[in-house]
Design a protein around this ligand. Structure first.
Ligand code: ADP
Length: 268
């Protein structure tokens, strides 16, 4: 498949410990194309973090492969950016907002003018064009997460990985940040892999939702989300199709939790 950006193939991860081995990931395979917004959803403890660590090159799989742009991932790839739930810990308190956004750009060979242009553009994209001189601790949680997102936007990665990024913010802020992610995807064509345990969030955001089984994990379903591209919190969530999709994913997760899901033949 020529336009495959990310290819996870037959990934398996067994944690070895003195008290016995834990098979966290059984057999996961999926592909993501450039420009897609894919959500991964699954019950707590199903191996989402383990999967992301393998994709990000932070953890070696027991078997199977991760390829980004045709290159096997065995260390953190330079063309990937990550945004985590713990925005507080991912920002440097002694650097201004601009300084935080600029940090990863220092590894790229850019002129001062190009760097400034990327920072200005990223801060504008997240609605923080007036906050460049502030320090992270002067900002609300939602604004701090916007800084983390601006840093990823300025870096211009081939893929942005987001690990439960909005789990720690209030509902209104979360809705605004979800819309920001949709906008970055639609207006800038960003390729985004978004991991969440929130079913509604996965359906609202994704073009596809990859539903994981419980641990040892496999892909229980790879569901196309056939909602209109232009989404908004009120009308999209009120669509009968939205309700059908969220109910479907909810039922799949319940089956996964009860261990009733049938392991697909291809993953056996
Ligand atoms: P999730 O992110 O979906 O909550 P995790 O990837 O954190 O799931 O964990 C998946 C499974 O692997 C769980 O059963 C967890 O207890 C186990 N696990 C995670 N990390 C380790 C580790 N370092 N050593 C042993 N078991 C682990």
């Amino acid at each position: 498949m020529p336009d495959t950006l990310l290819h996870v193939e037959r990934l398996k991860k067994v944690y070895e410990s003195p008290t016995g081995d834990v098979e966290a990931i059984g057999d996961i395979s999926f592909r993501m194309s450039a420009g897609e917004l894919v959500c991964i959803v699954g019950p707590s403890g199903c191996g989402k973090t383990t999967l992301l660590k393998c994709i990000a090159g932070l953890l070696a799989p027991t078997s199977g492969t991760v390829e980004l742009d045709g290159e096997r991932v065995s260390a953190p790839p330079p063309n990937m950016a990550l945004v985590f739930q713990e925005y507080g810990r991912s920002l440097y308190p002694w650097l201004t907002v601009r300084g935080n956004v600029e940090l990863p750009l220092k590894h790229k060979r850019l002129s001062r003018a190009d760097r400034d242009r990327l920072i200005d553009d990223a801060l504008t994209a997240v609605g923080l064009e007036h906050a460049g001189g502030s320090y992270p601790w002067q900002l609300s949680g939602g604004m701090q997460q916007r800084v983390a997102i601006a840093r990823a936007v300025a870096y211009q990665p081939e893929v942005l990985i987001m690990d439960e990024p909005f789990a720690a913010v209030d509902a209104q802020t979360r809705a605004d940040l979800e819309d920001l992610v949709r906008t970055l995807h639609r207006e800038r064509g960003m390729s985004i892999l978004f991991v969440t345990h929130d079913i509604d969030e996965s359906v609202y955001l994704g073009e596809r939702v990859v539903v994981l089984s419980k641990s040892p994990t496999w892909v229980q379903e790879d569901l196309a989300i056939d909602l209109p591209d232009a989404r908004d919190q009120i009308t999209t969530r009120a669509l009968p199709r939205f309700t059908e999709l969220r109910t479907h994913v909810y039922e799949q997760i319940q089956r996964a939790k009860r261990g009733e899901a049938v392991r697909p033949v291809s993953a056996a």
